[in-house]
Ligand binder design. Structure first.
Ligand code: B12
Ligand code: SF4
Length: 448
């Protein structure tokens, strides 16, 4: 059987280059690949990199869908279905909002492929494909399939050492996909030994853990840290703000080689935070948390969401000042986006505040709803303004980390990725994404 797996083309934000679209391969498709690549021929086509070959023989198409690529996934499915090839869709958006998807695909998979993909393949072979596959009782951490790392064409990507150690998050912030019905009670960790096996399979000293929340179960995190410490790795991960209440854990992370942390601060406005039920974030403690992290030589990638109820025109300036004052090394900003299936979406629909239902714009760089205290244009302008100002020469210099050891990774990210991303992208086209990625890793951490 020939199984073709497709990643639809993402819509870049105004500040994105191909460094974003070619950052790393998709773990979802590598996970599905691993399930059958010994018995069947599996092909992955990533539309960010190559054209989709609609006419090559295939027995089944699997498309992975995040909200922003749903319209494109529908177009792709139509092409294959016109050629008589069955199309199955799965992924975060399908799981969060399944009912609206069934019309466009032969089958949809809600939740994780580990529990449904074998049945889908079985049913296909028996000519009894059903419309909806749903994992009823969830899966255990030890049932999470390790991605087919040996299947990656490394030359196509900047960075390939990515590992997922968990699924879901113990929190359910209203704007996050974790507030959707299917994810509400989902948080599972993989057995530590399986994570270590992935690290060893990658043969590297630098890892990016791409979990929603690396400290969702602190006891488990400590167990993992104990196991990775002897490996002398350098690594990055995402954690929730409540790491500030667990400084012993932060110490252990430092000892185990943590280099930088992605943290969802989201807003400096207490009302905005409590309104989206992000109870783990205590705005008053943010500056102290930044201090504790910096003291340990760890850099911060701070994530902010603009346009929460309570935000207004002054939010952008206040946030920029805080970012610069606290020497935040990198910033990821988003325009609040009501992903279908989330609590924010349901609220905005009720309040008739959604002004644009075109999901291709749901990539956090467009205003698709009516903000409370701003016009949509003011919100968009503020989002662009803060991006430009965080990455202005002046502010890059003002935000320079105190520790000289961090200057190289700091400058590499701020200049090569952000400020001069389009130039770096051209070098990547000329030389290779992977070589440039390795070079950036080497100047940052002196490791390959
Ligand atoms: C890493 C990551 C990225 C990386 C991707 C790099 C990479 N190659 O992995 C980068 C930084 C490039 C990125 C970009 C973006 N991301 Co992103 N990203 C993630 C993150 C943190 C992890 C994804 C992951 O690998 N998970 C692990 C895999 C194994 O899990 P999975 O994808 O859910 O797959 C399982 C099931 O869903 C299912 N499944 C998935 N696909 C399919 C297909 C079939 C056929 C079947 C049967 C089953 C199935 O089985 C899989 C195995 O169990 C997620 C959050 C998350 N926890 O998932 C956000 C997330 C997916 N991103 C999100 C967004 C919004 C974006 C951006 C639009 C952001 C932006 N402003 O630009 C872009 C564009 C997304 C795109 N179109 O590709 C949202 C999507 C929201 C939504 N409702 O769809 C998420 C959920 C973050 C969030 N908390 O809101 N992202
Ligand atoms: S802490 Fe982060 S990942 Fe967890 S639910 Fe909130 S926004 Fe989502």
């Amino acid at each position: 059987m020939i199984i073709k797996l497709i990643q639809p083309k993402m819509n870049k934000r105004p500040m994105d280059t191909d460094l974003k679209t070619r950052m790393s391969p998709l773990l979802a498709l590598l996970t599905i690949t691993k399930m059958f690549y010994k018995e069947h021929k599996v092909i992955i086509e990533n539309e960010n990199i190559e054209e989709i070959n609609y006419d090559a023989p295939a027995d089944i198409i699997g498309i992975t869908v995040t909200v922003d690529v749903m319209p494109r996934a529908i177009e792709i499915a139509k092409e294959f279905r016109n050629r008589g090839v069955p199309v199955v869709a799965g992924g975060i958006h399908i799981t969060a909002y399944p009912d609206s998807s069934t019309a466009y695909f032969d089958a949809v998979c809600v939740e994780m492929a580990e529990s449904t993909w074998p049945q889908i393949i079985d049913d296909l072979q028996n000519n009894s494909l059903k419309k909806l596959y749903r994992c009823k009782d969830g899966i255990r951490g030890d049932e999470i399939v390790s991605p087919a790392y040996d299947f990656i064409d490394k030359s196509k990507y900047l960075y390939t050492n990515i590992i997922s150690t968990s699924r879901g998050c113990p929190f359910q912030c209203d704007f996050c996909y974790n507030s959707c019905e299917a994810y509400k009670k989902l948080y599972i960790n993989r057995p530590v030994k399986n994570v270590i096996a992935d690290i060893k399979a990658l043969c590297t000293k630098h890892i990016m853990f791409i979990d929603d929340n690396f400290i969702g179960n602190p006891a488990w995190t400590k167990e993992l840290l104990k196991a990775i410490k002897p490996l002398k790795l350098k690594w990055n991960a995402a954690v929730s703000v409540n790491i500030g209440n667990m400084l012993d854990l932060l110490d252990e992370m430092t000892d185990a080689g943590c280099q930088s942390l992605f943290i969802g601060f989201e807003s400096l406005n207490e009302y905005a935070i409590s309104n989206v039920h992000k109870g783990q974030n205590n705005v008053k403690k943010y500056a102290n948390l930044v201090d504790e992290i910096h003291k340990r030589g760890i850099m911060i990638n701070a994530s902010f969401v603009f346009g929460l109820d309570g935000d207004d025109n002054t939010t952008f300036k206040t946030t920029l000042e805080w970012i610069v004052k606290n020497k935040i090394e990198t910033v990821t900003s988003h325009i609040l986006t009501p992903y279908p299936g989330t609590k924010v979406y349901d609220e905005f629909v009720k309040q008739k505040r959604i002004i644009d239902y075109d999901l291709s714009k749901y990539n956090t760089a467009n205003v698709v709803y009516q903000p409370q205290n701003m016009t949509p244009q003011e919100l968009y302008n503020g989002y662009i303004w803060i991006y430009k100002n965080v990455y202005s020469f002046k502010n890059i210099l003002k935000r320079m980390p105190r520790s000289k050891k961090q200057w190289a990774p700091y400058l590499a990210f701020n200049f090569l990725y952000r400020k001069f991303g389009s130039m770096t992208e051209k070098f990547c086209d000329l030389i290779s994404f992977n070589r440039i990625g390795k070079f950036a890793q080497w100047i940052s951490y002196h490791i390959n």
